[in-house]
Design a binder for this molecule. Sequence first.
Ligand code: ADP
Ligand code: PAZ
Ligand code: K
Length: 260
Amino acid sequence: MLLTIDCGNTNTVFTLWGDEGHTLCTLRTSTAHQRTADAYWVWFSTLLKHHGIEPKVRGVIISSTVPRVVFNLRVFTDRYFDLRPLVVGKPECLLPIDVRVDAGTQVGPDRLVNTVAGFNHYGGDLIIVDFGTATTFDVADADGAYIGGVIAPGVNLSLEALHMAAAALPHVDITHPDKVIGTNTVACMQSGIFWGYVGLIKEISSRIMEEHGRDMKVIGTGGLAPLFQSHAPVFDHFEDDLTMAGLKIIYEYNEEQGNV
Ligand SMILES: Nc1ncnc2c1ncn2[C@@H]1O[C@H](COP(=O)(O)OP(=O)(O)O)[C@@H](O)[C@H]1O
Ligand SMILES: CC(C)(COP(=O)(O)O)[C@@H](O)C(=O)NCCC(=O)O
Ligand SMILES: [K+]
């Protein structure tokens, strides 16, 4: 079994893969750097028991946009599986793609992982839009290299910011509004966010293509991608969880290279 861990700024997701390459289960918890190795184990082992799975983990790979959580996840891996995890972004974790950005830039590992999976599934010249805490655009060149992208505020972060900064604006959830012209406060806010992001995705994607000088495929991923895709098609393809797929590909690449 392989355990892939994707730690975003909001949620940490564990996916356990069987030896035939299929997903056995996916477990989600909030991201908290205070969570100890033992606390991860209590949570993980309890849920696996619930799913009737006996964990026989032979490899662990981690992508974390929150550097502080990696320490406890390393201890968790060492203590409970007697393994050293691969951590994306660290020099000991090999990547099957080039990274061509300004010297000294620390690219979010989730963005590199998305690019690996996108290139594997669709080939080069890609724009990957990931709806996480931030909304990121990752750009893959013809040879699959990560060549940069765009970071915009996340959908929920924008809604939260409106609520926090304006006394009369309530907390609202994102949804697809029936009309653009809202006739109450909640509908006005939902329209602003939903159609605002549709515009943001279209405009940024078309400007990236113009700058890149080639037609590119646009891939949407992350929890909120289906909401946009079903009401205002802005992607060529939708992927449920590109980051997890990418982590597995990177682990297998390191195996092929004799690195694990
Ligand atoms: N299917 C969904 N519907 C509504 N909100 C979602 C969905 N999936 C994720 N979210 C919300 O989107 C935000 C980002 O979540 P997530 O993708 O886990 O971010 P990260 O990877 O940065 O931790 C969170 O506020 C989360 O609650
Ligand atoms: C842009 C991000 C905050 C997105 O993180 P997420 O929404 O997945 O939590 C993360 O990829 C990050 O911290 N990046 C570092 C800067 C960069 O990628 O250039
Ligand atoms: K993410």
